[in-house]
Structure formats: structure tokens, C-alpha cells
Design a protein around this ligand. Structure first.
Ligand SMILES: Cc1ncc(COP(=O)(O)O)c(C=O)c1O
Length: 202
């Protein structure tokens, strides 16, 4: 349905989408501190008032280019737009975790994320970090210790780049590079079905 809805010649009555001519905003002009103005012309302003899959298109492509250029994430990855990082974290926590589940977090992490985790009633286990972020052998040890007690962490909250508050960058290669088998890969540390709730800061 969505590809058809992107075709301007296709009139789709199923989605209940309003006619663009009925959108209330014609154009948007924003004045920056230096006095310069950014204008969203009629076509873009109209697009911005449509439902997310259409409105987000150009912005999400731009975000993907930025993530790719700045972070070069290994393996498959994607970008999801949310109304701020906390909205994304809340959505992940709400959808993926149940009260009483165990979540691993970096030794020092973003306080509001810890508040959200506490509000959900999750069991928090901290993983020691150093200048390269999470310490792989500590992560492995903690997973093994939890496993011995019959507890399987359901996920890991990690801030891989520009960690808040430590400012470190995760030693990605050691977690993700299959050519370094001595390092525990996140997918290989016996937390099957584990979820990584990661944040990337631009
Ligand atoms: C690591 C981290 N996560 C989440 C947030 C919250 O971001 P937002 O204001 O976009 O919800 C911040 C803000 O500083 C942050 O540093």
C-alpha cells in the first residue's frame, strides 16, 4: 500500500489520509540566532504534514548518510526517528522488556535512562567500563555469573559513541569483528535472544 501511496497519480481512500490541499500549514520560515532564515517551501511543508513514512523520507535518508559517514556501524543497521533519544529508549524498553527482566548497563550511564529502567521495574546489572567503553571480558564474566544463577539478561543498554557521562567510544571492533575470536562478541556471549538497546550520538 505504501508504494502506491507514494505515487501522486494514485488516489487511495483506504488509509484515510487527508488531501494535501487541506493541510493547515503552507510554508514554514525559521529565523536562526544569527538572523538567517531557513524556509520550508510548500512542497516540503506539505510532505512534513503527512504520515511518518512519507514525512520522514528525506530526513531519514540524511540521518543514514550521517551515521554511515561518522560511525561506519558494522553489520546490519538501520535508523529510526523518534522525538528525542529518551522517546526511543522508552519505546525500546516498553516493547522489549517485562517487569523483573534483567538489563545490563554500562557502569556509568545516562541518568534518565536509569530512571526509565527503574520505572519499569527491571533488575539492573552494571558492567565495568574503561577508556574503550564496556570491558569485553567483564561483560562475559557477568553474563556467565548470571547464567550460573539461572538469570539471563534480556538486553544491554550501551551508548557506543560519545558515551554520557564518560565520553568514551565503544571498542566496536572487539565486539563485532569475527576475526578476533578471543573477544566475546555480543552475539556470542550466551545471552541468546539478547537485545542491544544502543544509542548513537551524532
Ligand atoms: C546518552 C543520552 N541519552 C539520551 C539523552 C536524552 O536525549 P533527548 O533529550 O533527545 O531525549 C541524552 C541527553 O543528553 C543523552 O546524553
Amino acid at each position: 500500500m505504501i508504494p502506491m501511496m507514494k505515487d501522486p497519480d494514485f488516489v487511495n481512500l483506504v488509509g484515510g489520509a487527508p488531501l494535501p490541499s487541506l493541510f493547515p500549514i503552507k510554508s514554514i520560515t525559521v529565523t536562526l540566532q544569527d538572523g538567517s532564515q531557513v524556509e520550508l517551501q510548500e512542497a516540503d511543508a506539505s510532505l512534513a504534514q503527512r504520515y511518518a513514512p512519507f514525512a520522514q523520507g528525506p530526513l531519514i535518508e540524511w540521518c543514514k548518510q550521517q551515521v554511515s559517514a561518522l560511525h561506519k556501524p558494522p553489520g546490519p543497521w538501520d535508523v529510526q526517528l523518534t522525538a528525542g533519544s529518551m522517546a526511543g529508549i522508552d519505546a525500546c524498553l516498553d516493547n522489549l522488556f517485562d517487569r523483573g527482566d534483567t538489563i545490563l548497563v554500562e557502569e556509568f550511564t545516562f541518568t534518565a535512562a536509569l530512571d526509565a529502567i527503574a520505572a519499569l521495574g527491571l533488575n539492573v546489572v552494571t558492567v565495568p567500563c574503561d577508556a574503550g567503553g564496556l570491558v569485553p571480558k567483564e561483560l562475559k564474566r557477568i553474563c556467565e555469573e548470571l547464567g550460573a544463577k539461572g538469570t539471563r539478561p534480556k538486553g544491554l543498554l550501551t551508548i557506543p559513541a560519545a558515551q554520557n557521562p564518560t565520553g568514551t567510544r565503544l571498542r566496536c571492533a572487539q565486539f563485532c569483528n569475527p576475526l578476533q575470536p578471543k573477544m566475546p562478541r555480543l552475539s556470542a556471549i550466551s545471552i541468546s535472544n539478547a537485545t542491544n538497546v544502543g544509542e548513537l550520538n551524532l
